[in-house]
Design a protein around this ligand. Structure first.
Ligand code: ADP
Ligand code: MG
Length: 306
């Protein structure tokens, strides 16, 4: 059998997480630790590797910003409030220009997301950045992947496919019209963690995840954790003006369904609730399993590390 990121985690690591303070271990966007009677800590870690998660020649300021935003997005997906981050940095060399601009990107994200940098680790080796985020949750509420029920409606925030389109632009696979060029680059290099939205969904959403691996793949995690079937209508998936201007509409929709790195939230709400600002209903929740979509897309959806 081919090993996947998830089969590796479940085979070797997920059984090691039992403990008195562990309210939620491996398998969601963050783990939750109980600290006292009504105090809970949400935490998660994300690594960005040069040449895998960003191009080798990416501008260091973008790398710094993106590393924090990507990690903060998992707090958003839990509805957690930001507390702080630690950063583990592995560097091939101590280049002053690189470190200065990288730290400027970090500084910007740290201030924007109110995530003070409280520690970390610095080592020599191939370039990689790991950010661990810490957030707080109220005593009873959290957005989990596991609460969707038949009858709920499925939503996403923002627009999808932009980061994949931005990456394709960076890789010179297409060239957006000049007025859309900066927007496309920013959607890949400067994703927005939807912390406010996540918090506002705490007492409303039945399930939530952030879209890091592509809508179909991440919606699949909600379906699996909740034990439901999600039906997505591709025509309802929100696309940016920039992506709509792509000459090949099928390619644009493919990016919106399968492209990773958008860091928008995907969540389910009971049918009686209004659509939150900046969000779009893209489908419904049914009894069953998996994710159905009227648009047939290529093979395995989402990014695979192994
Ligand atoms: P996300 O896309 O939200 O960052 P991942 O897909 O990276 O989440 O990880 C899925 C789940 O597996 C998360 O709960 C994460 O904490 C856990 N996980 C990933 N790698 C490991 C590991 N090496 N050991 C233990 N848990 C892990
Ligand atoms: Mg996540």
């Amino acid at each position: 059998m081919v090993a996947t990121e998830f089969s590796i985690i479940s085979r070797y690591f997920s059984s090691l997480g039992r403990g008195e303070a562990v309210e939620l271990g491996v398998g969601d966007d963050c783990a939750i630790l109980r600290l006292g009677n009504d105090q809970r800590l949400a935490t998660s870690m994300d690594t960005l590797v040069a040449g895998v998660h960003f191009p080798d020649d990416a501008f260091p300021e973008d790398i710094g910003y993106r590393a924090v935003a990507v990690a903060a997005s998992d707090l958003a997906a839990m509805g957690a409030s930001p507390l702080g981050i630690t950063v583990a940095l592995t560097l091939p060399e101590a280049d002053e220009f690189w470190l200065t601009t990288f730290s400027e990107g970090l500084a910007r994200a740290v201030s924007e997301y109110k995530l003070p940098l409280i520690g970390g680790d610095t080592t020599k080796g191939p370039l990689s950045i790991t950010v661990q985020v810490f957030g707080s949750l109220p005593s009873k509420l959290a957005l989990l992947r596991s609460g969707a029920v038949a009858g709920d409606k499925l939503y996403v925030s923002g627009t999808l496919g932009d980061a994949a389109g931005g990456l394709a632009f960076i890789q010179e696979k297409w060239r957006p019209q000049p007025e859309h060029a900066d927007y496309m680059l920013n959607r890949f290099y400067r994703p927005t963690a939807r912390l406010q939205l996540g918090k506002s969904l705490l007492d409303q959403a039945t399930a939530a995840i952030d879209i890091s691996d592509g809508l179909l793949a991440d919606a699949g995690h909600i379906a699996a954790a909740s034990g439901v079937r999600l039906d997505i209508q591709s025509a309802r998936i929100p696309l940016s003006e920039a992506l709509k201007s792509h000459p090949d509409e099928t390619q644009a929709r493919q990016w919106a369904l399968c492209g990773g790195d958008d860091y928008e939230l995907c969540f389910t709400l009971p049918p009686n609730l209004p659509t939150p600002a900046g969000c779009t209903c893209i489908g419904e929740v049914y009894a069953g399993e998996g994710v159905d979509c009227d648009l047939l897309v290529d093979t395995a959806s989402g990014y695979r590390h192994f």
